[in-house]
Write a protein that binds this ligand. Structure first.
Ligand SMILES: Cc1ncc(COP(=O)(O)O)c(C=O)c1O
Length: 391
């Protein structure tokens, strides 16, 4: 399929001279890997999230892996999570030889259903941790999830890959569980190309993750010896991982974090334009306009009985009209690996399946122009009106 020259991409990062200069200054400093810039980024992020510890990591996937390891999840352990997420959320459970226990989602938010979680925890008392995902940046019902996890002695690790704490926000998504993980992947609310941040208020967990993040090397021993001018000395306490974030990436992250409030306002504005421009259409359901939404994704739902075309054809037709859209998510329980390993069926998670069949994600990023937003709205309305059926 050839793309029109004025194709509206699904996503573009917002990068300008400030990021370029920050990266150049690290390049010229002679220190490219983890160092002072990363430490500053961690301090600034911890202050923003209102937590005691923030650890910069090479990706949110790496961060989730570190969290589960620090939580003591191991061989044959069980971790409850949603099937309505990206591969990363569940694969890290398998890295440790544990098994994901999928729990269905809520119809109107795409997030883990606390009611289904309660039932799953009752039937599986051995669950060691719960990973709720704030899908698209809409916060999960954390009060209920935290209460249920506490009752069952399970640690909550928030997958906040789609979120970013706001200035002065109390109880920001990602900062309420024992552990929370943010992503700085290219399409996320702020980006370092690849990267992530783990946050916690628990010093023991932070210490464990900080050691495992860099080859299982005990930093305390390192620090003791470096202060004695023996910078060559280190001790490996565990076979750890190589999950540190570079100063090059952190320099980008610091600038993006400073701009993040502006980025959010731009996405909120686009969300309002979509909500107004697409209101009142019988063949569409629009997302909740929650003030805590990070609007990483703007997901619309097709009311399929009111349309003469399905989601795949709707997506294709929008692409042909020069509008880049995407689908979040293909549920994990229908992925060959999980289907075959755990004998799962489509019907096991009916809400996730229905959401998947009906959902389309629209472009939403700070550099998207008003005229482009209007073209997206017009494209959807044209297509929907033309294939609308009253049956
Ligand atoms: C819900 C969710 N969790 C985790 C990740 C993994 O993030 P990263 O690419 O930083 O490893 C993603 C990435 O898209 C995601 O969407």
């Amino acid at each position: 399929m050839s793309r029109p020259t004025d194709f509206i991409p699904f996503y573009r990062p917002s990068i300008d001279r400030e990021e370029e200069e920050a990266v150049l200054s690290v390049l010229r400093s002679g220190w490219l890997t983890t160092g002072e810039v990363t430490l500053q980024f961690e301090r600034e992020f911890a202050a923003r999230a209102g937590v005691d510890y923030a650890l910069a990591v090479s990706s949110a996937t790496a961060g989730l892996h570190l969290c589960l390891e620090a939580a003591g999840v191991g061989e044959h352990g069980k971790v409850a999570t949603t099937p309505y997420t990206f591969a990363a959320t569940a694969e890290v459970i398998r890295y440790l030889g544990a098994d994901p226990l999928f729990v269905d989602i809520e119809e109107d938010s795409y997030n883990l259903s606390p009611e289904s979680l309660e039932e799953a925890l009752r039937n599986n008392p051995e669950v060691a941790a719960v990973i709720p995902v704030h899908v698209g940046g809409l916060p999960c019902r954390m009060d209920a999830i935290l209460r249920m996890a506490a009752e069952h002695d399970a640690m909550v690790i928030e997958d906040a890959a789609h979120c970013l704490p706001r200035e002065g926000q109390v109880e920001a998504p990602g900062s309420q569980g024992a552990l929370g993980v943010y992503s700085f992947y290219a399409t996320k609310p702020i980006t370092t190309g690849e990267g992530g941040m783990v946050v916690t208020r628990d010093g023991e967990l932070a210490r464990r993750m900080s050691m495992m993040r860099l080859h299982g090397i005990d930093r305390d021993v390192w620090n003791r010896y470096t202060s004695r001018d023996a910078s060559w000395y280190y001790e490996v306490r565990e076979p750890g991982f190589k999950y540190n974030l570079t100063d090059l990436a952190s320099s980008l992250g610091r600038v993006q974090l400073r701009k993040s409030e502006r980025f959010l306002q731009a996405r909120q504005r686009i969300a309002r334009m979509y909500l107004e421009g697409l209101a009142g259409l019988d063949y569409l359901r629009l997302p909740q306009n929650d003030p805590s939404h990070s609007w990483h994704l703007f997901q619309i739902r097709l009311v399929l009985p009111r349309l003469k075309l399905d989601r795949d054809r709707f997506v294709r037709a929008l692409m042909e009209r020069g509008i880049g859209v995407s689908v979040h998510f293909i549920p994990l329980h229908i992925m060959p690996y999980y289907r075959q390993t755990y004998g799962l069926k489509e019907r096991d998670f009916p809400v996730a399946m229905q959401c998947y069949r009906e959902t389309i994600s629209l472009p939403i990023y700070p550099d998207l122009e008003d005229e482009q937003v209007q073209r997206v709205i017009a494209g959807i309305r044209e297509l929907g009106d033309c294939h609308f059926t009253r049956r």
